[in-house]
Design a protein around this ligand. Structure first.
Ligand SMILES: Cc1cc2nc3c(=O)[nH]c(=O)nc-3n(C[C@H](O)[C@H](O)[C@H](O)COP(=O)(O)O)c2cc1C
Length: 318
């Protein structure tokens, strides 16, 4: 258990926010298998203050997802603070500022990881958010803009002094994007320098590795991103490679049904494809079967095709 302000997080391992991936059904399936809390995809504060329906829809969630963190990004203090106040009405447990997005569109305009270049300004943003909302406020950072400016300790200290309630550190610089390896020593260093809870993030491949990272680097918790796609079991002792096809199929269908509840049948199935590809990775089967599966637009046919594949026929785990 981790305490973030007045919010109790019932575990130490959770799903990292991923735009285009960590939507409500996906967060819910991960929570079901043990992810400690939920974290929305990042949402643009400029769109929030204009009450753009598309932006506000990103904050819809299922009660089973709680505790839930709403993540926002932006570069202007007033806009971010106002957006935080607006989304507080939607009853998040925590509000998080994205200080890690490395895409050019976001970071070059001073949002996301762009905020790492202005630590004092970032501290003022946190203070401004804290004045406008009563829920705990957190941030997710990278370790710096590039290898010449790894200012994670400075940023962490400033944010702590601004009243932040917890911090997540992805152990890469903005320049690295997703290349190279996350620097876990840097993450561990942050933990030794601040008193607030710290989550470490980057490259975790298994539940056992997550537990080792927590012990070795003394972080309060860890977040898993890419390796949780198509593998919600990563948040538990269950190993996907030890599951039968029937057990995997049950979760695939449940996840898909929840996608359809949120997005409708056709769009839900379409959005599910990127998850499906990951659920199926590591499994071997007839390529024709897979390509037909990826073309389907109706749930009934999808289910029929999944059920038509019996374990021990063309399916091999490797
Ligand atoms: C497709 C994708 C989308 C992402 N979107 C977000 C986001 O919206 N907010 C955020 O803080 N991080 C985002 N990230 C970064 C992840 O949360 C995480 O920090 C990063 O993937 C490293 O963790 P991993 O090695 O476990 O994947 C995204 C990453 C990926 C791959």
């Amino acid at each position: 258990m981790i305490q973030i302000g007045n919010v109790t997080i019932p575990g130490r391992i959770s799903l990292s926010p991923m735009a285009g991936i960590s939507d409500s059904p996906t967060r819910r399936i991960c929570r079901k298998f043990g992810a400690a809390f939920s974290y929305t995809e990042f949402v643009n504060t400029d769109e929030i203050i204009h009450k753009a329906p598309k932006a506000l829809k990103m904050f819809q969630f299922h009660p089973e997802e709680r505790p839930i963190t709403f993540q926002i990004f932006g570069n202007r203090l007033e806009v971010i603070a106002e957006a935080a106040e607006i989304i507080q009405e939607l009853k998040p447990d925590i509000i998080d500022l994205n200080m890690g997005c490395s895409t050019r569109k976001v970071s070059l305009r001073g949002a996301g990881a762009g905020l790492l270049r202005k630590p004092a300004h970032s501290g003022k943003i946190i203070e401004a958010i804290k004045k406008r909302v009563s829920v705990p406020v957190t941030a997710k950072i990278r370790i710096g803009w590039d290898s010449e400016s790894r200012n994670y300790l400075e940023v962490a200290k400033i944010l702590e002094n601004s009243g932040i309630d917890a911090l997540t550190v992805h152990g890469r610089t903005k320049e690295m994007a997703y290349t190279g390896l996350a620097d876990w020593d840097a993450i561990g260093e942050v933990k030794t320098k601040v008193k607030i809870p710290v989550f470490g993030n980057g490259d975790i491949k298994t539940f056992q590795e997550a537990q080792r990272k927590i012990q070795e680097y003394k972080v309060d918790g860890v977040l898993i991103g890419r390796n949780a796609i198509g593998n919600p079991w990563i948040f538990s002792e269950i190993k996907k490679e030890e599951l039968s096809w029937e057990e995997i199929r049950k979760v695939v269908l449940e996840h898909l049904r929840w996608m359809m509840e949120s997005f409708g049948e056709e769009f839900g199935i379409l959005l599910f494809r990127k998850h499906l590809v990951k659920y199926l990775s590591g499994l071997e089967f007839d390529p024709l079967w897979k390509s037909e599966l990826l073309e389907i637009r109706e749930y009934a046919r999808f289910e029929e095709l999944l059920i038509s594949l019996r374990s021990g026929t063309s399916l091999v785990l490797h």
